[in-house]
Write a protein that binds this ligand. Structure first.
Ligand code: 8Y4
Length: 286
């Protein structure tokens, strides 16, 4: 069984109920919601803090700040650019709010600097595969989310291929977890994520979604990120990301019911309400 408290530096996360991670993209070129925090290619820090304040009021447990877009075709960011985007927002949030901040990064320097500036968690779509990231994460002593991706963001959606998608994703995460533990990362601080949409067809995503219980059975907290993704567009025949709210909330709720510990979402209020009505119906069964 996963422990019900995740220690995140000076703070902690209660895992006895599903946690909501609100997405904050500090990139001018993000797929779904990037850019709206920008004015003339300049991040509006005040607007960003208002968005975050609302997410926290709406019931977010964690704020996930990312400075690199992983959309296929998105511009490559330098380490300095990523630091310049993420660190000021992290510092401002830590100063103003008593919130858990997760930093969505694969870059060693960003991991190290974020941990010094009060980040509570590292979220890496490359599962600490980049040069120096493993050592940086180990030194930070923060919890780390290891996500599965086939190939690289630029090429991952060209022709995703698996013999057994569930077995391969589980094996990849198990190997990355073992490498983390050898590097000195506490097993209790490892969060696993199948990586919906990262080098996967709709069929792969659906098979993985149906196997969430197998990820939960590892005993690690499981993070699920499906919010507004293409898989929902494909299921419902919706091109526009802003039409994917209901599908996103439904899938998040299903993931939580299947044991997902952390839901990474754009729409915090709606997801919180869905989770809360579900929890109310099972209160007496606890
Ligand atoms: C519309 C909306 C279309 C969003 C595409 C997207 C995950 C993640 C992302 C995830 C973890 C995204 C940083 C992709 N997804 N981190 N990050 N798990 N741990 N695309 O599933 O949201 S970014």
């Amino acid at each position: 069984m996963a422990s019900s408290i995740l220690h995140c530096g000076a703070k902690h996360l209660d895992l006895s109920r599903p946690s909501i991670m609100g997405i904050v993209n500090v990139t001018p070129d993000s797929f779904s919601d990037g850019g709206d925090l920008y004015d003339n290619a300049q991040l509006d820090l005040n607007k960003t803090l208002h968005v975050i304040e609302k997410m926290l009021a709406d019931g977010a447990d964690i704020i996930d700040i990312g400075g690199e877009s992983t959309r296929p075709g998105a511009a490559v960011v330098s380490t300095q650019q990523e630091l310049d985007r993420v660190i000021p927002v992290l510092e401002a949030v830590v100063e103003r709010f008593d919130a858990l901040v997760s930093v969505d990064t694969s870059t060693a320097e960003v991991i190290t600097e974020s941990s010094k500036k009060g980040a509570s968690l590292i979220n890496d779509v490359r599962a600490l595969g980049r040069e120096g990231a493993l050592a940086a994460a180990a030194s930070s002593q923060l919890p780390i989310c290891l996500m599965h991706m086939q190939n690289q963001p630029q090429t991952m959606q060209i022709e995703p291929t698996y013999t057994d998608v569930v077995a391969e994703v589980l094996a990849f995460l198990d190997e990355r977890k073992y490498i983390c533990m050898k590097a000195g990362i506490d097993s209790q601080k490892i969060i696993l994520d199948p990586g919906f949409g990262f080098g996967k067809t709709l069929a792969h995503n659906l098979t993985l979604f149906g196997a969430i219980d197998q990820f939960v059975a590892t005993g690690h907290p499981v993070l699920v990120g499906v919010s507004r993704k293409t898989m929902i567009g494909q299921m419902l025949g919706l091109e526009n990301t802003d039409e994917r709210l209901m599908g996103s909330v439904a899938l998040a709720l299903l993931a939580a019911q299947r044991g997902a510990a952390i839901l990474r979402v754009h729409d915090v209020l709606e997801t919180r309400q869905a989770i809360d009505v579900w929890k109310t119906t099972i209160k007496d069964e606890d």
